[in-house]
Design a protein around this ligand. Structure first.
Ligand code: AMP
Length: 215
């Protein structure tokens, strides 16, 4: 499959993307995960990105486009990809449209994940993420905790609350989403690519997306 996942922070993009990779081996490409990896490496690029991320702001479009142009040409993308957290702004979407045309890649559709605001806030404050940059498994302390408290079930690294999951950063991320990312729904609707899926129970959302892919 070749799809883009849109939706507010906490709408379930990461969880749904990971589950969809099991369906047909398409790769998940999460710009958030890539950036957190770069931040862990601690080089100049990582230090610059961290400042934006900790505040809940978006990192500059040019930086993301350089990363994505290289990533989409890696061999593992040939079988399919799920874009999670990219594009995040209209300029990124416009650049992506040009890039995909240049690479002769056609998207199946753009899946907008929709969940009520209370659900989103609850998910963000109870989320824990594996600190191992090459794992980044997602847990929820209430309804999907790791088997052992504070330890990733998959790789045994510590699970953490992300630096951008403080109340202040969360509220800024949601504001940024409404200002800069929500307009992408209109952009992809005009392109005839937008489909909206309710994102409450992951298995149901996956079934709906797979049904749409087969249709
Ligand atoms: P996420 O894990 O997708 O919530 O991303 C975490 C943070 O990484 C965001 O709050 C942004 O600071 C940054 N980020 C991720 N993807 C993008 C993007 N496409 N454009 C700009 N910043 C991004």
């Amino acid at each position: 499959m070749k799809i883009i996942l849109l939706g507010a922070p906490g709408a379930g993009k990461g969880t749904i993307a990971k589950l969809l990779t099991e369906f047909d081996g398409s790769v998940q490409i999460s710009t958030g995960d890539i950036l957190r990896y770069v931040v862990k490496e601690g080089n100049a690029l990582g230090k610059k990105a961290k400042e934006y991320m900790d505040r809940g702001d978006l990192v500059p479009d040019s930086l993301i486009m350089d990363i994505m142009e290289a990533r989409l040409q890696e061999p593992d993308c040939r079988n399919g990809f799920i874009l999670d957290g990219f594009p995040r702004t209209i300029p990124q979407a416009e650049e992506l449209t040009k890039l995909l045309a240049r690479l002769k890649i056609k998207l199946d559709f753009v899946a907008n994940l929709d969940a009520p605001r209370e659900v989103i806030l609850d998910r963000l404050t109870t989320r824990r993420t594996c600190s191992n940059p090459s794992c980044q498994a997602i847990y929820n302390v209430r309804n999907n905790p790791p088997k052992e408290d504070g330890t990733c079930t998959l790789c045994n690294h510590q699970t953490i609350q992300r630096d951008d999951e403080t109340e202040e950063a969360i509220s800024n991320r949601l504001k940024t989403y409404h200002q800069k990312t929500a307009p992408l729904n209109g952009y992809y609707e005009k392109e005839g690519l937008l489909k909206t899926f309710l994102s409450l129970v992951a298995d149901d959302t996956i079934a709906d997306i797979i049904k749409a892919l087969k249709a």
